[in-house]
Design a protein around this ligand. Structure first.
Ligand code: ZN
Length: 247
């Protein structure tokens, strides 16, 4: 696809009244896909929380680390990365890494989390496959994104969906906007040049995932430069891309 076919608008702005819930498949996904945007939103005063579907226990490349140990390490790394960006409220659902499906059970978990957090904005992963970067479309990402979008519409706002949640006092909640990461045709960007260092610090906290990859900060910077170019920002700027949909 030619470079100029993305038509990127600035992301909607956030205020101290904005709540953002991020639902991602693995520890590190939010930091790779949206770390700069999260740091920017926190700096505007927005309240951000994360729900992570799996513990990422299939991650890393060291066969001497047990998978239980890897899960423990990755929760710790995500907790640390969250602190760096100013996000303390993180829920781990503990699903099996590599085995996420958009089941009704997963959708219900997400509805529960949406009704607890009551966000205006939900950040999740694109349920549409990105053929230009297939690692952005890990099956767990597609499944998490699909179940999260299904949870936003129709279930979180529907009092008759999962009536036991309402019995527990979790009132229906209408999310206003979806911001999808890893989408094949993003329509929005956030300029995050000033938050690049924080994003790299957060990613560095995912030591088990990044320590064996040389030059990963350059790779991350390269993606962000590409988005900035497509957003027609001046040279030297960095940006992150999203597909934004009203919900
Ligand atoms: Zn992932």
């Amino acid at each position: 696809m030619p470079m100029n076919q993305w038509n990127l608008q600035p992301l909607p702005s956030v205020t101290p009244d904005t709540k953002i819930l991020c639902i991602l498949a693995h520890p590190d996904d939010i930091d790779f896909g949206a770390g700069g945007t999260i740091a920017h939103a926190v700096a505007q005063g927005a309240k951000v929380s994360y729900v992570i579907t799996t513990d990422g226990n299939q991650g890393g490349e060291d066969p001497n680390i047990s998978r239980e140990e890897m899960a423990r390490i990755r929760r710790q790394e995500q907790t640390q990365a969250g602190k760096i960006l100013g996000v303390e409220n993180i829920t781990f659902l503990g699903k099996m890494d590599g085995s996420v499906f958009p089941t009704l059970e997963l959708r219900k978990k997400f509805v529960e989390q949406i009704r607890i957090a009551r966000p205006q904005i939900l950040i999740t992963q694109s349920p549409e496959r990105n053929w230009e970067r297939i690692f952005a479309s890990h099956p767990d990402h597609l499944a998490t994104g699909e179940a999260a979008v299904q949870a936003v519409y129709p279930d979180a706002r529907n009092q008759f969906a999962f009536p036991d949640l309402l019995e527990k006092g979790l009132e229906p909640w209408r999310v206003e906007q979806l911001w999808l990461t890893g989408h094949p045709n993003p329509n929005s960007y956030q300029k995050v040049t000033d938050y690049f260092d924080k994003k790299i610090q957060a990613l560095t906290a995912h030591y088990s995932q990044t320590n064996h990859v040389t030059d990963w900060p350059e790779m991350v910077k390269g993606w962000m430069q590409t988005v900035a170019e497509k957003a027609q920002l001046p040279e030297g700027e960095l940006a992150e891309a999203f597909f934004v949909a009203n919900a």
